[in-house]
Design a protein around this ligand. Structure first.
Ligand code: DP6
Length: 366
């Protein structure tokens, strides 16, 4: 059978050349965060998802990472990590783990020293997960290096391998590479979908979702008590895991139709149910935990009341934290922002919130 290009398998991502003659190079990429509509929660070995997920790519919440790459002959990759221009030893473990996980696929990294200077456009400690945008930006820079070693590489391969590498850093990061709506995980109705990397949602998206808005209400900026990685792990032997994974498959089929036909009522039902199911999984793990705060629930109730009274199609979703993402079409932006300012800002820590909207993916800056 003829191999179709988008059906890449894991071994196709192993770089087979050597590290060439490159002495010194610099790249810089900006990668966005993303917000899942159908959630990834639970994984198999090697950062493979237990169920498919789909997300909107964001536009304003980004990580910008510059990489200065210089040849060294240590036989092992070495790196220095700067956050906003200053050393940040707390991040070293994550970066080292990323390099170790990608090493098999990018052996050339062992011939280089990397100076990584990274910053976020959103406030540090806003409680917004920076692992998706951060790991996506790391992967883009590495792929720029690989492209320099192998200039004949196709664009398709460049982005697919970038997503593959980002996934090894953090699962949701593979959805922050390219495209406004991205699916990660095998699903029978999504052509080319794979557990290995994210793919752009290829159907035509209904105008209702053009420039869709996401206002992120910062309810709690503190450090999470339970990391996502630990949370995913608790899906092993979880009493409801299998049903949950089936439900995600089903919800992905439904939301695919909704994104095509613009049915906002069904969109709201799926997205809010997914958010609450995610948190229900946390509350029913062993050990169990709660990441929502009282103000998270206050906001949800206010959103439900406003939607009913005003008949405006606004809904919420949640990440693995207490912050609330308020999702709504662009044509109701004025009314919704007024509602947020008048009724919801009081539930945010120091009144902080971030206005974002659908974006298109990572952008090369250097
Ligand atoms: C709740 O991608 O942060 O945001 O793969 O362990 O790095 P790791 O987990 P991570 O999990 C995010 C889960 C989520 C839902 C989602 O984005 O799909």
């Amino acid at each position: 059978m003829r191999k179709i290009e988008f059906m890449l398998i894991e071994n196709d991502f192993i770089y087979k050349g050597n590290s060439g003659k490159i002495e010194k190079l610099s790249f810089q990429w900006s990668s966005p965060s993303n917000i899942a509509l159908v959630k990834y929660w639970g994984k198999k070995e090697n950062q493979l998802p237990a169920n498919p997920s789909i997300s909107f790519t964001l536009n304003n919440c980004k990580t910008i990472t510059k990489m200065d790459i210089e040849r060294r002959f240590d036989g092992n990759f070495t790196f220095e990590l700067l956050f906003e221009g200053k050393p940040k030893p707390e991040f070293n473990h994550k970066i080292n783990q990323f390099f170790l996980r990608i090493e098999k696929y990018c052996l050339y990294i062992n011939d280089f020293h990397f100076v990584i200077d990274t910053q976020n456009t959103f406030p540090h400690s806003s409680g917004i997960a920076s692992s998706a945008s951060g790991m996506a930006a790391m992967a883009m820079n590495i792929m720029s290096l690989e492209k320099a070693l192998h200039p004949e590489m196709t664009d398709d391969y460049f982005y697919q391998k970038a997503s593959f590498l980002a996934r090894l850093g953090s699962g949701s990061a593979c959805r922050s590479i390219k495209g406004s709506v991205v699916v990660w995980g095998k699903h029978s109705e999504i052509m080319g979908s794979s557990d290995l990397f994210g793919v752009e949602f290829s159907s035509k998206i209904h105008d209702n979702f053009k420039n869709y808005q996401d206002t992120i209400l910062l309810v709690d900026k503190g450090e999470k008590q339970v990391s996502s990685t630990v949370g995913h792990d608790l899906m092993h032997n979880h009493p409801f895991a299998e049903k949950r994974f089936e439900q995600a498959q089903h919800n992905l089929s439904s939301i695919k139709k909704v994104l095509e036909n613009g049915d906002l009522e069904t969109f709201i039902n799926i997205v809010e149910s997914e958010a609450l199911t995610l948190h229900a999984m946390m509350m029913t793990s062993m050990p169990y935990f709660i990441l929502m705060k009282p103000n998270t629930l206050e906001i949800i109730n206010k959103i439900w009341k406003f939607r009913k009274e005003k008949n405006i199609p606004i809904c919420f979703t949640l990440d693995a934290g207490a912050n609330v993402h308020v999702l709504y079409p662009e044509n109701v932006r004025g009314e919704v922002l007024q509602f947020i300012q008048q009724e919801l800002v009081g539930y945010c820590q120091n009144g902080n919130y971030i206005c974002d909207e659908i974006g298109t993916g990572s952008i090369q800056m250097l």
